[in-house]
Design a protein around this ligand. Structure first.
Ligand code: HEM
Length: 483
């Protein structure tokens, strides 16, 4: 390594700390974005801080994003950073519990369940699920509700139905939702920091995982008995998938992969949909604009409790809603720290920094996506800023020509809410489809206003996925049917 460098390598600067071992954990934990911005001013785009004995090197702005997302896998890996956190939740044999080359193959298998054909089938299911939810729970003419809770439930119902299939969806009310919540309780920073502690949530999650395994195994066995019955969902796609060497994905791994996908999409999409609706509630002019476009595309004025089916092309062409989601993700990305672990010392290009083995590196694309250097009034929510944007919005790109990352996505964009490189999100198109269809259904049936006492919530940084600080109150008002 030294030979290659031909200059004096040094580590990135270290943030001063006063409490040994714990280091900067408290300051970072309270408000990671403020923390990173503060030390960016002092140290630049690469610096290290101590957090509970771990050395974490923050890598930000375009150079930092590019470095973390495209660094050589032989030196730096995601599985060494994430597996202790994800294995108790996802189970063995999938995602970070396999060599990276196998994860790349598993991501290819998932793509089969995210085809345009599947998306076409998912839209009416999403509309039906949202309708069913609001018919059951939003029964008044007007009322303040906990929006995050409602949206989270809509996301569970729509994702379970479209990805896991109708059999598992129909059993959600029989306790499957509780099993998800139990698994979820392992996804906290505590479990990352104290991976060596036998936390009670691990035992609970092991039990929940075993129960889900057996439910999935039954459904899979039933489907295998009737191979002629075609289902358009992720479960069928995974059951039919094979590795390059011809080996199928085992039934157990099909189940584990489904859990992983649900978990990957649950809080991320729920947070994004909730922030989008809160911002729409605060910006009625954007709601008007979105409805005008929808009415034009659908060819009638939509208002009231009957929500017409819309085509995949319509949803794709809801540009105002597209900009709403994109802008929401720019300022309220739910994932603000993406981690890797250095397994062999790694040089940071165009600097004389070398990061030693054992360090974690963190990308935080929200730092560049809310930087005035790239976006005017960067903290303001202005969906129309994307109106004439020519940059490739892969959310609208055909899945089949979309290379799901494998080192091909440029990481030199300031706005990377779905990451980049080999670990880039493959759920982006699904998330856009799901969120836009939920917004379409809700905006047809309801007006929204921020709760006057709560206003716009702050962000809560205490979970792995940044959520709006609860209770997230929002007022819905039923729209009278036109004519
Ligand atoms: C990876 C964000 C929804 C499945 C990622 C990454 C980000 C991200 C930032 C990169 C992680 C890293 O580099 O460490 C989001 C956001 C979502 C969303 C903001 C919603 C608004 C979904 C959904 C699914 C999904 C709905 C599944 C259907 C995945 C998978 C990976 C991933 C499989 C790949 C992990 C890897 O290769 O290491 N996502 N995601 N995501 N996401 Fe998403």
């Amino acid at each position: 390594l030294e030979q290659k460098l031909n200059y004096n390598p040094s580590e990135p600067p270290f943030v001063t700390y006063y409490v040994p071992f714990i280091g900067s954990m408290i300051e970072f934990g309270i408000h990671p974005i403020k923390f990173i911005r503060k030390y960016q001013k002092i140290h630049g785009n690469f610096f290290t801080f101590l957090m509970f004995g771990r050395r974490m090197t923050v890598c930000i702005d375009l150079d930092g994003n590019d470095f973390v997302f495209n660094v050589k896998h032989s030196n730096v890996t995601a599985e060494d950073a994430y597996n202790s956190l994800t294995k108790p939740v996802f189970g063995e044999g999938v995602v970070y519990d396999v060599p990276n080359s196998m994860l790349m193959e598993q991501k290819r298998m998932v793509k089969a369940g995210l085809s345009i054909e599947n998306f076409r089938a998912y839209i009416p299911i999403i509309i039906m699920e949202v309708n069913q939810y609001v018919d059951k729970y939003w029964t008044k003419d007007e009322e303040s509700i906990d929006l995050l809770q409602s949206i989270s439930e809509m996301i569970i119902m729509t994702a379970s139905h479209t990805l896991l299939g109708p059999e598992i969806r129909s059993r959600l009310y029989e306790g499957i939702a509780d099993l998800y919540h139990t698994l979820d309780s392992c996804f906290t920073p505590i479990h990352f920091l104290f991976e060596w502690l036998p936390l009670p949530s691990y035992y609970a999650s092991e039990k929940a995982h075993a129960e889900l395994d057996s439910i999935f195994a039954n459904v899979i066995a039933e489907r295998r008995k009737n191979p002629g019955d075609k289902h358009i969902d992720m479960l069928d796609a995974l059951m039919a998938s094979k590795y390059k060497n011809g080996e199928p994905l085992s039934d157990k791994h099909v189940g584990n992969m489904l859990i992983a996908l649900l978990m990957a999409g649950q809080h991320t999409s729920a947070a994004t949909t909730t922030w989008a609706l809160l911002n729409l509630a605060a910006n009625p002019d954007v709601v008007d604009e979105a409805r005008k476009e929808i009415n034009r595309l659908v060819g009638q004025e939509l208002k009231g409790d009957s929500v017409p089916e819309v085509s995949y092309e319509d949803v794709k062409d809801f540009n105002v809603l597209n900009n709403v989601v994109r802008e929401t993700l720019r300022i309220r990305s739910p994932l603000i720290q993406l981690m890797r672990k250095v397994v062999k010392p790694v040089a940071v290009p165009n600097t004389n920094y070398v990061i030693p083995a054992g360090y974690y590196i963190i990308a935080s694309p929200i730092i560049s996506s809310t930087d005035e250097k790239y976006y005017k009034n960067a903290e303001d929510w202005v969906p129309s800023r994307w109106n004439n944007d020519e940059t490739d919005d892969s959310a609208d790109k055909n899945m089949t020509d979309y290379g799901f990352g494998a080192m091909s996505t440029s990481a030199r964009s300031p706005n990377l809410p779905f990451g980049a490189g080999r670990h880039r999100c493959i759920g982006e198109q699904f998330a856009y489809l799901q969120i836009k269809t939920i917004l379409y259904t809700l905006l047809t049936r309801f007006e929204f206003e921020l709760d006057p006492k709560r206003g716009m919530p702050e962000r809560n940084y205490q979970s792995m996925v940044v959520l709006p600080e609860g209770p997230v109150l929002c007022r819905y008002k039923r729209r009278a049917t036109s004519n």
